[in-house]
Design a protein around this ligand. Structure first.
Ligand code: NAP
Ligand code: MG
Length: 402
């Protein structure tokens, strides 16, 4: 069989167990069938250190150029990693660096298989969480005071005008906090969300607490509304999808009663909390994909989980691990499918769909990694090693391609 040809994508290698899995996926599931055309960036920690993290910046710029990238999980260094890898500096998270370059929003979607039922009985289709990963409480200034006194919010404009509001006249000790967000960032968030809803033909929900936060959250609500009405409403109507704004409390109740199958856009804190809740209720972090979408239409795909360090240490001892490669495989299929879509390369899209189906079919036939066995409600499940599982998927894929 002739290998499938493809346009270029950006490939970002990573660390530890996921780096091992990365190579297995390429060798067994991709290279034999596709003439892989990637621009390779090694985001493994040793090379980031060697290049003073320039490689992370270069990778981000390359995604801007080719529009599509696929990334392996990477270590975000902390003090212990600085020691372990003898790093020159505690380099920033590559994800943060790339996100800053692309100005994007991260969408997280669970991969569903029958046999692993969501904790919430009504959920039948995935719920995708879009988290606005900028500002709010993550960039706030905080005080704790032990003395009585007056707390004020002061804004001094560039031309010297001053605006003040009393936050509270403290008669005892207490805490206070000042936070911000920017119109430009909220606008990017809105564009990414509307674009992704159109791309995936799903309804978009957005929720804030604008009844209480009459200026801050209200601004989020209005920016979304304006951008939607001006630029996206016609396309939504044409596709028969809906933009739906509601209060965060109402959204939470509706999500639990829903059957799934939509995107839920959340402010930074809400998205942080809700994405952990939704992913846990759907099953496993190892079955969660993630895509960074920039407002001008660049896409970076990856698994939502980390480098699975504990498994890697066992692997180094020569032990066979049972690490789930599904989310990493789906990062690849997501990128190949998007490349195919942008280039009108039907064959490549078809291959990506078949590989995804081979993954699902393998699990649904009762063969899976250990992490899934505990969640399995179907008839007998067999726990396979990482390698055995990838080879089982390969066998399914070969059947589908024959
Ligand atoms: P993690 O790598 O996601 O792993 C946490 C635990 O979850 C694992 O020990 C394992 O549990 C289970 N798990 C996660 N993925 C799995 C998979 N594919 N198959 C089977 N089990 C899986 O998170 P972490 O241990 O907190 O972080 C490890 C490193 O990853 C850190 O250096 C962190 O900086 C980095 N990280 C990177 C990203 C990213 O690049 N996007 C995201 C998060 C974390 P058991 O050990 O119980 O089997
Ligand atoms: Mg969190």
């Amino acid at each position: 069989m002739e290998k499938i040809k493809m346009g270029k994508i950006v490939e970002m290698d990573g660390d530890e167990m996921t780096r091992i899995i990365w190579k297995m996926i390429k060798d067994e599931l991709l290279s034999p069938y596709v003439e892989l055309n990637t621009e390779y960036y090694d985001l493994g920690l040793p090379y980031r250190d060697e290049t003073n993290d320039q490689v992370s910046i270069d990778a981000g710029e390359a995604i801007k150029k080719y529009k599509v990238g696929v990334k392996c999980a990477t270590i975000t260094p902390n003090a212990q990693r600085v020691e372990e890898y003898k790093l020159k500096e505690m380099w920033k998270s590559p994800n943060g660096t790339i996100r800053a370059i692309l100005d994007g929003t991260v969408f997280r979607t669970p991969i569903l298989v029958s046999g692993i039922k969501p904790t919430v009985r009504t959920w039948q289709a995935p719920i995708t969480i879009a988290r606005h990963a900028y500002g709010d409480v993550y960039k706030a200034s905080e005080f704790r005071t032990t003395k009585p006194g007056k707390a004020e919010l002061v804004f001094t404009s560039e031309d010297g005008e001053e605006e003040r509001a009393t936050i509270y006249d403290f008669e005892c000790g207490g805490v206070l906090q000042g936070m911000y967000n920017k119109d430009s960032s909220i606008e990017s968030f809105a564009h990414s969300c509307f674009k992704y809803a159109i791309d995936t033909k799903q309804d978009l929900w957005f929720s804030t607490k604008d009844t209480i936060s009459k200026k801050y959250d209200q601004t989020f609500k209005l920016i979304f509304e304006n951008i939607f009405n001006k630029q996206y409403k016609a396309k939504f109507d044409e596709l028969g999808i809906e933009y739906f704004y509601t209060l965060i409390d109402d959204a939470v109740a509706r999500v639990i009663r829903s059957r799934g199958g939509y995107i839920w856009a959340c402010k930074n804190y809400d998205g942080d909390v809700m994405s952990d809740m939704v992913s846990t209720a759907f099953g496993s972090l190892a079955m969660m994909t993630s895509v960074l979408v920039s407002p001008d239409g660049n896409y970076e795909y990856e698994a939502a989980h980390g480098t699975v360090t504990r498994h890697y240490y066992r692997y180094l001892e020569g032990e066979k691990t049972s690490t789930n490669p599904i989310a990493t495989i789906f990062a690849w299929t997501g990128a190949l499918n998007k490349r195919g879509e942008l280039d009108g390369n039907k064959e490549l899209m078809d291959f990506a769909a078949k590989l995804e189906k081979a993954c699902i079919d393998t699990i649904e036939s009762g063969r899976m990694t250990k992490d899934l066995v505990g969640l399995w409600e179907g008839s007998e499940a067999t726990a396979l090693t990482t390698e055995e599982f990838i080879m089982a998927i390969k066998a399914e894929l070969e059947k589908a391609l024959a």
